[in-house]
Design a protein around this ligand. Structure first.
Ligand code: 13P
Ligand code: SF4
Length: 349
């Protein structure tokens, strides 16, 4: 081991010795040192989403956080290259905010079921059906969908963004469950329209009191958690505190003790004292919370994984910097319109 690898290994071991076997830490320390050298040579910044696996999360990122946090960091960087250890819509957001910089996504398979659930054409059809109604798009969308939107939101500011519009009715896309959770929190009535031509439901005198127009996109990870899962875990661990991401169904968030963005869940565990916690989200984040809170017992349901986030590895991150891949591009005409929606969100906070 070189002194740099030894130092990296010691630092990983200090944080992860109860979570990751030693043999893996030694192997990953070597790759992390390679990445840090490439990062310096290319004047790059590495942003790591909270779902990154523990060795990656705790070694190479300059910043870790949730989608909103990382958008802010991307907006502030003065580096030449941004490596996004997350999924494509996150890397695209970084490119929207930094058109002159090189943005790299270490895997070309890091999609997202929510981003794939809606197209720009779908949004145009909704706007035609509900003229003048403002469109809020979750950041888990691609740039062309953001370009059709008035403002973006993340799970940590969705309610604040909807309320900031002071609009009677809002189109909220594309996550059905996040929309239902926002509707519950804001007391709004939600509908999921069919896009058949003709007058809007209000024009036909139907559904007179709706205030939120949703879309039936789902996160393929969070939709799998059920109330039964929570009940079963509570039967085994009666004093467990359950945390659920707002991409889970409203029944699941209602049965949980707390619901919030990935950062909010991390903060909740750090700031509270319970004998056991269960986090209903990508399992790697449970590992990362466990590593940061060695005195707390973290339960996780690792049968549910995000296949997209899991394509981002230390090896792929090294190769991204080495071979300059996979370069994220956004056509300028789309970027300019998407920028307005993302920037408006960042300003709200
Ligand atoms: P956060 O914004 O809470 O980090 O969530 C992003 C995501 O993709 C959750 O599945
Ligand atoms: Fe998309 Fe769900 Fe994976 Fe998050 S966890 S990136 S919302 S598929």
């Amino acid at each position: 081991m070189t002194p740099e690898v030894q130092q990296m290994y010691e630092s990983l071991k200090a944080k992860l010795e109860k979570i990751v076997p030693d043999v893996e830490l030694r192997y990953k320390a070597e790759i992390a040192v390679e990445i840090n050298a490439l990062k310096k040579a290319r004047n790059a910044v590495i942003l790591g989403h909270n779902y990154m696996e523990p060795a990656l999360f705790n070694s190479v990122p300059d910043f870790t956080g949730d989608s909103l946090d990382l958008s802010r960091k991307a907006a502030q960087t003065d580096k030449d290259v941004i490596v996004f250890c997350g999924v494509k819509f996150m890397a695209e957001t970084a490119k929207i905010l930094n058109p002159t910089k090189t943005v790299l996504l270490p895997s070309d398979k890091a999609g997202c079921s929510l981003a794939a659930s809606i197209t720009a054409e779908d949004v145009r059809a909704l706007k035609a059906r509900f003229p003048g109604v403002p469109v809020v798009s979750y950041v888990n969308t691609y740039a062309d969908v953001k370009a059709e939107s008035d403002i973006c939101c993340t799970s940590s500011n969705a309610v604040a963004v909807v309320e900031s519009l002071h609009a009677e009715t809002v189109i909220f896309l594309p996550d059905e469950y996040l929309a239902r959770n926002v509707a519950r929190e804001t007391g709004k009535h939600i509908i999921f329209p069919t896009l058949t031509p003709g007058p809007s439901p209000k024009g036909r005198g139907e559904e007179l009191d709706y205030q939120l127009i949703g879309w039936r996109g789902r996160c393929e990870v969070h939709e799998k958690f059920t109330v039964k899962d929570i009940e079963t875990v509570r039967a085994q661990f009666p004093d467990v505190v359950v945390l659920a991401h707002p991409e889970c169904s409203p029944e699941v968030t209602a049965a949980a003790d707390f619901s919030g963005s990935t950062n909010a869940m991390i903060r909740f565990v750090r700031e509270s004292k319970a004998p056991h916690y269960l986090v209903l989200t990508e399992c790697a984040m449970g590992d990362n919370i466990a590593a940061a809170n060695p005195d707390k017992d973290m339960l996780r349901l690792c049968m549910v994984r995000c296949p997209h986030m899991n394509t981002i590895t230390l090896e792929e991150t090294r190769d991204a910097l080495k071979f300059n891949r996979y370069v994220i591009e956004v056509p300028e005409e789309i970027r300019l319109r998407a920028y307005r929606a993302v920037q408006r969100m960042i300003e709200i906070g």
